[in-house]
Write a protein that binds this ligand. Structure first.
Ligand code: SER
Length: 315
């Protein structure tokens, strides 16, 4: 990776990925793009272009202008929003991906896009979900993710595009909040714990989902992109995870730091149904074996760091 174009660079992953890549590869070698410009660091501290990923022509022009050799396609609608706007989700998630893959093919770029635990469904084995298993998701987001995994494989086999990807679990960070996801509760809870000492969870107790702290997610992207191509058997859509918990366990962990913290439950049927259709925990052994994936943070070290960083941020 020398010249990298990122779509969705101001989103939850993109905003931190941009900074990290600029540290490693140099400020001018990472071109951040998003549909809007904000005064965030990713937009201010290096090359930035407004880009709607549905606009194939502009994507091609920006990629050519900067002579990029890597595309990281992060722009997408998350699971809960996709359920409220399924047709728009299909158009944006699939249209954007096709445009990004085509740009990568035309300019001979290495390519990364994230899949998700959302690519699994109710008929998938729920515990220690294998890398290769049944994928019949029941959400529009999941349908998009499975189609995306297949498309990325297709571009590798058919056109030789060096496509790579992981299935991310819920990602937790203190920098940019996620928007419209099912796992977002595990981020909101920290903000509310500090601000109000209480959180109303829209996900019910007993609902286990995989999660990962953002520093591990960024390392996973970079390590996979730098991995020796010859060692990759799966290439796309590697299961990766760091921990699995339910809202009650997370609340108990936060209580260790904020003893008065109180959790209330007010379940949102839409997001609960999505969460119920996803695995309790996934098996990341293929990622470990093929490119050495290993998460550093567990629920307790992540919670200590999140609370510490957020206390400073919210001061
Ligand atoms: N965090 C995502 C969501 O909840 C899962 O990929 O939609």
């Amino acid at each position: 990776m020398k010249k990298i174009l990122i779509t969705g660079a101001l989103g939850q992953i993109g905003s931190e990925l941009t900074g990290k890549l600029r540290e490693i590869y140099g400020r001018d070698n990472v071109i951040a793009t998003d549909i809007r410009k904000t005064d965030s660091e990713a937009a201010a501290n290096g090359p930035f272009e407004i880009l709607d990923v549905m606009d194939a022509k502009s994507m091609g022009e920006i990629a050519s202008k900067y002579h990029v050799d890597t595309i990281m396609h992060m722009a997408a609608l998350l699971s809960a929003t996709a359920e409220t706007k399924p047709v728009f989700a299909w158009n944006l998630n699939m249209g954007g991906l096709m445009n990004a893959l085509e740009t990568a093919r035309e300019l001979n770029c290495q390519f990364f896009t994230p899949s998700s635990i959302g690519a699994f469904g109710p008929s998938t084995p729920k515990d220690n979900t294998p890398q290769d298993t049944i994928q019949r998701p029941t959400t529009m987001y999941g349908v998009n993710k499975v189609a995306g995994e297949l498309l990325a494989d297709y571009y590798f086999h058919r056109f030789g595009v060096d496509t790579r990807g992981v299935r991310f679990p819920g990602l937790i960070s203190y920098v940019t909040p996620p928007g419209g996801g099912t796992t977002d509760y595990a981020v909101e809870i920290y903000y509310e714990a500090i601000k109000n000492g209480t959180y109303t969870s829209y996900i019910d107790k007993g609902t286990y989902m995989d999660m990962m702290y953002m520093p591990d997610a960024l390392d996973a992207i970079i390590d996979l992109m730098e991995a020796d191509s010859a060692k990759l058997i799966h290439r796309n859509a590697f299961n990766v995870t760091a921990m699995s918990f339910d809202p009650e366990e997370l609340a108990a962990e936060i209580k260790k730091h904020i003893p008065g913290f109180e959790m209330i439950y007010h379940v949102d049927p839409v997001r609960q149904t999505i969460a119920d259709s996803w695995p309790n925990s996934i098996d990341a052994s293929a990622a470990s074996a093929e490119w050495g994936f290993k998460a550093k943070y567990d629920m307790s070290s992540m919670t200590a760091d999140m609370l510490d960083k957020l206390r400073t941020k919210l001061k």
